[in-house]
Design a protein around this ligand. Structure first.
Ligand SMILES: [Zn+2]
Length: 296
């Protein structure tokens, strides 16, 4: 083999290695979604949220994550409510980091139901909570099995996202606010919040504030989606959606939100696993995997 052929061969080997991304297991992720729902409704103060916390911690422990429980108390309607953010770190020695966040609490009120008598009934939150957590737990398994070349990974499971009053932004995203306000380490290079990405009819637009605050990160994610042929990611820009990325952005994080806000069962009793699909979790999950393992 002469030197030129050897060089071409090595270039071929290197470029095919770069394409060798781990596969995100959509069915496994969907099991995490169903398992959370089987624990019951998971609003702050419920038995279900305690069980869900245990479930998340147990899964992260299996993946050898370094786990921190960040406890805090908020006051809602003159009542003190305890919250716990679950923070899992992989490869803490690596200085370049990507943070992924998802809330795990579900809304205690089905207040988007037409029937007013149902407004005080807690929702199941298959999409609005369980879907994001499911993707993060599958990512935990992947990054624990194969160390990314460039990035250490932090997964943050936010509490108390979903007890807000419509139109009053400060009352939402209390767990992520506490996390952002008390963050002392150097900030991750990229932070991505995922929420409501399990909708079987998946369509993800660019969230307005994400696009304007972190255009490069939005472009990077959407480019990966395009490379993978996932046309569920659209280049349309939404209105502002107040979600856990807002407190992160306010604290100076390079943060975006990936959310499918066109979901008719939102905050109703219809937000159940049958409205979600493994395929949707798989699309978002594989994009996150490729972002983690790309060589730049
Ligand atoms: Zn919600």
């Amino acid at each position: 083999m002469n030197k030129l052929i050897l060089l071409l061969f090595l270039m071929f080997v290197i470029s095919s290695c770069a394409d060798n991304y781990p596969t995100f297991d959509a069915d496994n992720a969907f099991e995490h979604l169903e398992n959370q729902c089987e624990l019951g409704v998971r609003y702050p103060g419920s038995d279900g949220i305690e069980l869900c916390r245990d479930y998340i911690i147990n899964e992260l422990t299996k993946c050898n994550a370094e786990i921190e429980l960040q406890k805090f108390t908020v006051v809602i309607d003159e009542e003190e409510i305890d919250g716990v953010n679950i923070i899992a770190s992989f490869y803490p020695q690596m200085s370049r980091r990507i943070l992924f966040g998802a809330h795990y609490d579900t809304r205690p009120w089905a207040d988007m139901e037409e029937e007013i008598s149902l407004h005080d009934t807690p929702i199941m939150g298959a999409n609005d909570a369980a879907s994001g957590v499911a993707v993060l737990l599958e990512l935990a398994k992947i990054v624990s099995a194969k160390q990314p070349q460039q990035f250490g990974i932090d997964l943050v499971f936010f509490d108390l996202e979903d007890m807000g009053a419509y139109g009053d932004n400060e009352t939402w995203c209390l767990g992520s606010s506490y996390f952002a306000d008390n963050y002392t380490k150097s900030k991750p290079e990229k932070s991505i919040v995922i929420d409501m990405i399990g909708d079987a009819d998946l369509s993800i637009n660019m969230e307005y504030t994400s696009y304007h605050n972190s255009p490069n990160l939005v472009k990077e994610v959407w480019e990966i989606a395009e490379q993978l042929g996932f046309n569920e990611f659209k280049s349309k820009i939404t209105n502002r959606i107040y979600d856990d990325h807002y407190p992160l952005i306010a604290a100076g994080f390079n943060a975006i939100d990936i959310i499918d806000f066109e979901y008719p069962p939102w905050h109703t009793l219809e937000d159940t696993p049958d409205k979600c699909s493994p395929k949707s979790l798989g699309i978002v999950g594989q994009i996150m995997v490729n972002l983690i393992y790309q060589e730049k």
